[in-house]
Design a protein around this ligand. Structure first.
Ligand code: PMP
Length: 377
């Protein structure tokens, strides 16, 4: 018998109560029953996003909400600023380029944090930027960017600020309205503790006005069409009914825990993971680590891919390797969503075994002890 565990930065584990809710018979979506459910999850999402605005619920993975953000914010010929510090910053650039926008990149070395002053400087050098695209928690490098500071800079200009909060929402404080973020996007398979398949987008009044003017082609992700339906607790297209049923329970679990407690739990688990990696003689990759996922440098002489494979195939634990140019150079252990201290300890114990099996000099227990020291506090 083998038990499988997800310690990857998405998809993450789903609580049994949520699985059970999703296993119930599918209801029809054009019914009062669905509308009551939808009304409740819409309210719950406003709580999670800390917003008075509508949070659109889309049947898509996170990239769908990203594409929706681009087509609803921009028009042909627009010049946009993209903060590129990893795979997901690059995805913003790729989507914008696919729609023919002129992308001005702010290049951030992998593992480093975006400098808000550099964003301000780029906006000064390039007048007429329509929108700035940023990543809050750059899952590919494990970096947490300072969106509050970036928002303060962008707000001094007419540009919209569009933020990928896919692995920061429900992990760290994301006060959408207070920070003045114009479009915030997220996805179900991370801290929201659901399977993949739902994406979320929250627009400011400014962003809604821009959506009315935006002229890029759009159909499925026409947020204005969607907003009209969702205001009536309906969706424009067939919703992912079972995921919405699961979302209701997931939001109830999150509300029972409370935002502050959720943020504190993620910080504590990530601190324990970082302490364990350091105690094992490993080096952390991120300059300013996100509590969603801990990126660890693969030490010289070790095969990073083998760490991920052995953990999965022998120990039943899915973590993530490096993406793109980071392949083989880092591995990433998440403590995200439905995760507790024992997930971290199990992951660290398995990592110790794996490193030892690959001939890396570890003393079993060193990482565990460091993690326990953090968790005991
Ligand atoms: N942004 C970030 C920061 C992510 O971590 C992810 C998922 N790994 C995404 C966006 C969206 O990806 P997907 O379309 O696979 O949900």
């Amino acid at each position: 018998m083998r038990k499988f565990r997800l310690l990857a930065p998405g998809p993450t584990e789903v609580p049994p109560q949520v699985l059970q809710a999703m296993a119930r018979p599918v209801i029809h979506h054009r019914t009062p029953e669905f509308e009551a459910l939808f009304e409740e999850v819409r309210r719950g999402l406003q709580w999670l996003f800390q917003t008075r605005q509508d949070v659109l619920i889309l049947a898509a993975s996170g990239t769908g909400a990203m594409e929706g953000a681009v087509v609803n914010a921009c028009s042909p010929g627009d010049k946009v600023l993209v903060l590129k510090g990893g795979k997901f910053g690059e995805r913003w650039a790729e989507i914008c380029q696919a729609y023919g926008l002129t992308v001005i990149p702010v290049e951030i070395p992998y593992g480093k944090v975006a400098d808000p002053a550099a964003v301000g400087e780029a906006l000064r050098r390039q007048p007429g930027i329509a929108a700035v695209f940023a990543t809050h928690s750059e899952t590919s490098t494990g970096v947490l960017n300072d969106i509050e500071a970036i928002a303060a800079v962008v707000r001094k200009t007419p540009a919209l600020l569009v933020v990928d909060a896919v692995t920061s929402l429900g992990v760290v404080d994301v006060p959408t309205d207070d920070w003045g973020v114009d479009v915030m996007v997220a996805a179900s398979q991370k801290a929201i503790m659901l399977p993949p398949g739902l994406a979320f987008a929250c627009l400011s009044e400014r962003a809604w006005a821009a959506a009315g003017r935006a002229r890029l082609p759009r159909y499925y992700f026409d947020f204005l069409t969607e907003r009209k339906s969702q205001a009536k607790h309906q969706t424009a297209w067939t919703p992912a009914v079972s995921l919405v049923a699961g979302l209701k329970v997931a939001l109830e679990l999150m509300q029972a825990e409370g935002l502050e407690a959720i943020f504190a739990r993620h910080e504590r688990l990530a601190a324990a993971t970082r302490a364990a990696a350091t105690a094992l003689g490993l080096t952390l990759f991120a300059e300013r680590p996100t509590p969603a996922v801990t990126a660890v440098k693969v030490p010289e002489g070790l095969d990073g891919g083998a760490v991920v494979r052995l953990l999965r195939d022998k120990h039943g634990i899915s973590i993530a390797g490096g993406q793109g140019s980071m392949r083989g150079k880092i591995f990433r252990i998440a403590s995200l969503g439905y995760a507790d201290a024992y997930d971290v300890l199990t992951g660290i114990a398995a990592l110790e075994f794996t490193l030892a099996e690959l001939g890396y000099p570890v003393r079993l227990g060193d990482g565990l002890r460091a993690a326990q020291d953090v968790l005991q506090k």
